[in-house]
Design a protein around this ligand. Structure first.
Ligand SMILES: [Zn+2]
Ligand SMILES: [Zn+2]
Length: 368
């Protein structure tokens, strides 16, 4: 069972053959039909993510088909449906304890102290080895939350992979923002995260969704998801963007703004465009990126800004992402710009690193 293994940061991944694992009770062996390349994977490959041990199998976004279920007990998905070999499934990339203060009391499983994620936190030296999605197969531990996809008629697993990470994270960010019907929203960046934010903001009833983005193909996808005002970062000045936002919001500023660029530079411009008493959500910066100077009085206190971080997601946000993709499947299909085979995992990472792609997936071409 092959996997693309990261043995050394910045070096090419190597295809390694692992033995077929012996499953414990409740464990599920899944044949991966599509693995998403996340922007975070590029950071991990470069050694910029503090969480990753070596050697490891990258890939925390996956869709697959159940190959084998360990033990005698029936295996159920989140809706209580029994899972059988041959069923298409998606799963929560995070495994949490369910018993700690954050899981049980604060209902913030994304803050669980024991939380770990397939393709991020575990090395692959020990059996069953297969714990990342850049592989032919993955072993899901008993506690993994699985969603059966048997009722997805037109299933293209590659189009669905992004729901597990960027789609779910964006749903969490939008929930935390508290957007209401009629609100004005600014989204900085229209990569996968920003595009999901556009879709959710419109679904929540935002009247004006303003997107700042420099790549024409991304601007077009944002427009198709319902963005009303599209500001080309490449051909506008900060002053022109400010005029455009103030014109749409009658001089007030937006109710909520989102950083979905993955860098801290746009944050001050974004905060400046939020209305008094509004919310700024930082969600795109997923690795340490240094500091930015915030004028606490002007930026935060005197305008009563709510500065909100958004880190990953809970399982309900994956369900929300599935719902958004189902309602906009043609747009999300076009968001997936590149498909590669497992043995091209390095090219897949490079295309994401070069930002030539919007969304990239490693697919099992036998399924497509
Ligand atoms: Zn991710
Ligand atoms: Zn916990």
């Amino acid at each position: 069972m092959r996997a693309a293994v990261l043995k050394e940061f910045k070096a090419p991944l190597e295809i390694v053959d692992f033995p077929r694992p012996t499953l414990g009770d409740g464990e599920v062996l899944v044949r991966i039909t599509a693995a998403g390349i996340c922007g975070s994977d590029v950071h991990m490959w470069l050694g910029e993510d503090p969480r990753t041990p070596l050697p490891m199998i990258l890939g925390h976004e996956g869709v697959g088909v159940v190959e084998e279920i360990g033990g005698p007990s029936p295996k159920l998905d989140l809706r209580g449906r029994q899972i059988h070999p041959g069923d298409p499934v998606i799963w929560d990339r995070a495994v949490v304890c369910g018993k700690c203060w954050f899981c049980a009391v604060k209902r913030l499983p994304n803050m669980c102290r024991s939380r770990w994620v397939y393709g991020i936190h575990k090395g692959c030296s020990e059996p069953p080895h297969l714990n990342g999605c850049y592989a032919d197969y993955i072993v899901l531990v008993r506690e993994t939350k699985i969603i059966s996809l048997v009722d997805w008629d037109d299933l293209d697993p590659a189009v669905l992979v992004s729901v597990g990470c960027s789609g779910a994270t964006a749903a969490n960010a939008v929930e935390l923002s508290g957007i209401e019907i009629g609100d004005s929203v600014l989204i900085q960046g229209a990569g996968p995260l920003g595009l999901y934010l556009v879709g959710y903001a419109k679904a929540r009833g935002a009247e004006h969704v303003i997107v700042v983005e420099g790549v024409p193909s991304r601007i077009e996808l944002a427009r198709r998801l319902g963005a009303d005002v599209l500001l080309d970062f490449a051909s506008t000045t900060a002053e022109e963007r400010r005029e455009a936002v103030m014109s749409v919001t009658r001089g007030l500023g937006v109710d909520a703004a989102f950083e979905a660029v993955g860098r801290p530079e746009p944050v001050l411009e974004g905060i400046d465009l939020v209305r008094r008493g509004g919310t700024y959500v930082a969600v795109g910066t997923a690795v340490p990126m240094g500091t930015i100077p915030i004028d606490l009085y002007h930026h935060v206190v005197a305008k009563q800004l709510r500065l909100q971080g958004a880190w990953t997601n809970d399982t309900r946000h994956i369900v929300q992402a599935l719902s958004l993709v189902r309602g906009n499947s043609a747009v999300f299909a076009d968001m997936l710009t590149h498909r590669f085979a497992l043995e091209q995992a390095n090219e897949a990472l490079q295309s994401m690193a070069a930002r030539t792609a919007i969304k990239v997936a490693i697919v099992s071409f036998a399924d497509s």
